[in-house]
Design a protein around this ligand. Structure first.
Ligand code: GLU
Length: 310
């Protein structure tokens, strides 16, 4: 019924244009393929034929989902160095973690293989928007601002933001960060979360703070930020004293908490992770179904404990 309605609406909006999904088949990919740095093949343009045969609406998947099924592979953006979430073994190239298992389950639900592309906070949305990947499972925090651009599922995990420092600096609490320079990843929620926490604690005035227009690059009111493209570079900058502190979700900081480094005594700003998909896509619905089912039947709890995340 619903599919029929969608077909009818599409036909109304797009005139007589019908999508010939058979024309979008991509080269077959078997098993898990890592596609880091390799631009994935772009999806073929939907063919717009004047008179195409109408698909039976009852079992036709929505256009984008059908294209993934025809291609035979779901392209997922994941982290490759976040232990427990998305981690690629440097020796075997095998990916593991909660987000990897959820990506595999999503591919299984569609009856296709899965292909992982390593993404960063800075690249994940560009790759989704360009169609190089179909969805993002990469410690991607759900925010109201992001929901304006992408669909997110119900959260499958909640993390918190914290701050990592070199013990030698003597920085121990949020108050010690006043006038410090903090390393954050471009495209992350971290800088805004830290500024908000410091304002809430009364440590900085918050003059000129605006949730919508906040930009880490220009913020100088009581704390400054240096933005980097990836986390290993922030870690190096922390060792070099280029930044006084490294701020991001604890799940990520944990990787860089080596000898002689500690978290400050604060964790703030809950970070709900969801699967992100193109707004209004059929895949958004399939992803939501998967997360709903996996939360309800205990699969997510089990994956959280299997991956050492509780
Ligand atoms: N989870 C945070 C975000 O989505 C931190 C950045 C990251 O995931 O790398 O902004």
């Amino acid at each position: 019924m619903k599919k029929k309605l969608i077909s009818a609406l599409m036909a109304g909006v797009m005139g007589v244009m019908l999508v010939a999904c058979a024309g979008t088949t991509e080269p077959e990919t078997t098993a898990e393929v890592t596609a880091e740095d390799e631009p994935a093949p772009t999806a073929a343009e939907p063919e717009t034929e004047e008179a195409a045969t109408e698909e039976p609406a009852s079992d036709a998947a929505e256009e984008d989902v059908q294209a993934i099924i025809d291609r035979g592979v779901l392209k997922v953006g994941v982290k490759n160095a976040v232990m427990g979430f998305g981690y690629e073994d440097p020796l075997t190239g095998e990916y593991s973690g909660l987000e990897i298992e959820l990506a595999k389950a999503l591919a299984d639900k569609l009856g296709v293989d899965v292909e992982f592309t390593a993404v960063t906070a800075a690249t994940r949305t560009e790759l989704l928007d360009s169609g190089d990947i179909d969805c993002v499972l990469a410690t991607f925090t759900i925010t109201d601002e992001r929901k304006e651009s992408w669909d997110f599922t119900t959260p499958y995990y909640t993390d918190y933001v914290s701050v990592l420092v070199e013990d030698s600096t003597g920085i121990k609490a949020l108050g010690d960060l006043v006038d410090a320079t903090v390393g954050v990843s471009s495209g992350s929620t971290s800088a805004k979360a830290l500024v908000k926490a410091m304002i809430e604690e009364g440590l900085i005035s918050g003059d000129g703070f605006d949730e919508e227009s906040f930009d880490p690059a220009t913020w100088t009111e009581g704390i400054k930020f240096q933005q980097y493209d990836d986390y290993p570079t922030i870690s190096t900058a922390l060792s070099a004293g280029e930044v006084d502190a490294f701020c991001v979700d604890k799940s990520i900081l944990a990787i860089y908490r080596t000898e002689g480094r500690s978290y400050i005594d604060a964790e703030f700003s809950p970070q709900d992770y969801g699967i992100a998909t193109t707004k209004g896509s059929g895949l958004s619905k399939v992803a939501e179904e998967l997360v709903g089912e996996s939360l309800a039947d205990g699969t997510i709890d089990q994956l959280i404990s299997e991956n050492g995340l509780d």
